[in-house]
Design a protein around this ligand. Structure first.
Ligand code: GRG
Length: 291
């Protein structure tokens, strides 16, 4: 059920991105950009956005630009994460990582171009949303992607290698590296649903917790997953001395931590009743997934 939903959403977002890129002036970077962002990836962040939109009856068409922008930022971060100067990975989504296919320089530039494309997609004059909301969304996407978000979290992740870090430090790093983009996903839905500041804050925090759960699940996959299903190298965190919850407290305790976090998230969705069912199922999937 959720798997079908993910496939449907992936098709929708890929189609949007292909059309968008095809309408742009040609450049040598289009191929590595398409390779990095289209046809691959679960599009879980997009699915979180579309499902959260259902809670507030937000027109799904208004969410496509947000989904596409988030997938561009996410894919840029993966392309750069795989570079030799970062995690140095040759396989991503079951195929050669972008730099191993197109070379390092093209991968860096394709990643940069996906990052800026995300903002272009939201700022687009044909994306008809209230200008004040557009501004709020662009500001939040910048905050969640840069040094206060994904990039800042990645820097901490690299600096924490082979160091003994506390639970608080690990959580703060993972909240930035993975949580902030999920934070943006729910915040943007809140903006488009015309929620007040308090509710937008609530949604941002909820998104960040979903992101954290997603990251912990990713850490489980690194230990117990199958390389074929996951589509990337596994058993790396230990070798690289990564600061993860599992390396800090062990697999069993990390599982308990994740289950409690999941319960906390589900409880927060209770107030939305049946309208939150799809998002609820995605949260269950996030922790159970084997890819
Ligand atoms: C290089 C700026 C910069 C940031 C890198 C995203 C990231 C930060 C590093 C990638 C490694 C990692 C474990 C990131 C945590 C986020 C994560 C679990 C990414 C994988 O996301 P999925 O499973 O990927 O949604 P697909 O392939 O399905 O899109």
């Amino acid at each position: 059920m959720i798997k079908n939903r993910l496939i449907q959403n992936a098709k929708k977002i890929d189609k949007f991105l292909i059309n968008y890129l095809n309408r742009q002036e040609r450049s040598l970077l289009i191929n590595p950009m398409k390779y990095g962002v289209i046809s691959g990836g679960k599009k879980i962040r997009s699915t979180v956005i579309l499902s959260a939109g259902k809670i507030f009856n937000v027109d799904q068409k208004k969410l496509i630009n947000i989904c596409a922008a988030v997938e561009c930022i996410h894919s840029y971060s993966l392309i750069h994460d795989d570079l030799p100067c970062m995690d140095n990975d040759l396989i991503r989504r079951g195929k050669p990582s972008t730099h191993s296919k197109f070379g390092e320089a093209s991968a860096v530039l394709a990643g940069n171009s996906l990052l800026t494309l995300a903002f272009e997609i939201i700022a687009d004059k044909n994306y008809f949303i209230n200008p004040k909301s557009k501004n709020e969304i662009i500001k939040s996407l910048a905050f969640c992607s840069g040094h206060t978000g994904v990039a800042g979290g990645q820097e901490l992740d690299l600096k924490f290698e082979n160091k003994k870090k506390s639970l608080k430090q690990i959580m703060a790093m993972q909240k930035k590296k993975t949580g902030k983009l999920f934070n943006f996903c729910l915040f943007a839905v809140g903006v488009l649903a015309n929620r007040n500041n308090k509710e937008k804050k609530f949604l941002s925090t909820l998104g960040e917790e979903i992101g954290l759960l997603f990251q912990i699940a990713d850490d489980f996959l690194d230990v117990k997953g199958s390389r074929k299903l996951v589509g990337k190298s596994i058993r790396k965190d230990n070798k690289k001395g990564k600061s993860t919850l599992i390396n800090l407290m062990g697999y069993k305790k990390a599982q308990n931590y994740a289950n409690n976090l999941k319960k906390k998230i589900l409880l927060k969705l209770n107030k939305h009743g049946k309208k939150a069912d799809e998002l609820l199922n995605i949260i269950e999937f996030i922790l159970k997934r084997n890819y």
